[in-house]
Design a binder for this molecule. Structure first.
Ligand code: PEP
Length: 256
């Protein structure tokens, strides 16, 4: 199977940026600019409070709306949290789980990331599972071990059938929001390793069919080179997704 048979997905992660009115405007602009660009799926993952406005603005367009996290319980005494069912009822189609900022600042672990992914899949959401090494791990030469272990732990108990709704975002933590980007060769090497790990877990067909994104300071200047790599099937984009004109350039780069 070749790269061309996998669906490229360009997803924005707005993090804690934009109010609902700003979100409505940015979603509408992104939809207008990317209209007809069928070479990839275009997703914007937005703060919880922006979801209603974003879904409304995306209605009838090709832009899909995602959330930035989800809790793993269906309901209950979990102040401040949001369930998968709440998200689907609001019109959300995708959800990010395991973002490094959640792992770093909110004590999320591979175990809770795995629970979140399972809860999201059970509710019918598509999951963008983020994983990647921190700088010290790369410098110590253990990137492969770290990434393949995260892949196994975060996907534990998720079936081959459910993998149709899983996208993996390889995000080296040292490249997120830092302006430092992995070279296309570094991105390719780790995305290929993730695919090999998937092959061991699920077999070659599932591995070849899974979309694997790169994320970490992807922008209009470096997207084309990163996306040209055979195992890099898209991007998860933070900063550059906040400005529709910049995001457009990345979506354009994914059309080739
Ligand atoms: C991210 O938030 O997942 C990300 C990759 O951010 P940035 O593009 O700003 O590095």
């Amino acid at each position: 199977m070749k790269k061309e048979v996998r669906r490229a997905v360009i997803a924005g992660n707005w993090k804690m940026n934009k109010t609902p009115s700003e979100a409505a405007e940015a979603v509408a602009k992104t939809a207008e600019l990317t209209k007809g660009m069928n070479g990839c799926d275009v997703v914007l993952c937005v703060p919880f409070v922006d979801i209603a406005a974003a879904v409304d603005a995306a209605r009838g367009t090709d832009v899909k709306i995602g959330a930035e996290n989800v809790h793993f319980k269906e309901s209950g005494a979990y102040t401040g949290e949001v369930s998968a069912k709440m998200l689907t009822e609001c019109g959300v189609e995708y959800v990010i789980v395991g973002h490094s900022e959640r792992r770093q600042y909110f004590a999320e672990t591979d175990e809770t990331v795995n629970l979140r992914a399972k809860a999201a899949l059970s509710a019918g959401l598509k999951v963008i599972l983020c994983l990647g090494e921190v700088l010290e791990q790369r410098q110590s030469g253990i990137t492969s071990e770290v990434v393949s272990m995260q892949t196994k732990l975060d996907l534990a108990g998720i079936s081959a059938e459910e993998m149709k709704n899983v996208i993996i975002a390889y995000e080296p933590v040292w490249a997120i929001g830092t302006g430092l980007t992995a070279t296309p060769e570094q991105a390719e090497e780790v995305c290929a390793l993730i695919r090999e790990t998937l092959s061991g877990m699920y077999g070659k067909d599932v591995a070849e069919a899974t979309t694997i994104q790169y994320g970490g300071s992807m922008n209009d200047g470096n997207a084309a080179d990163l996306l040209s790599k055979v195992n890099v099937d898209g991007g998860l984009i933070g900063g550059a997704s906040l400005v529709p004109e910049k995001f457009l350039k990345i979506v354009e780069a994914a059309q080739a």
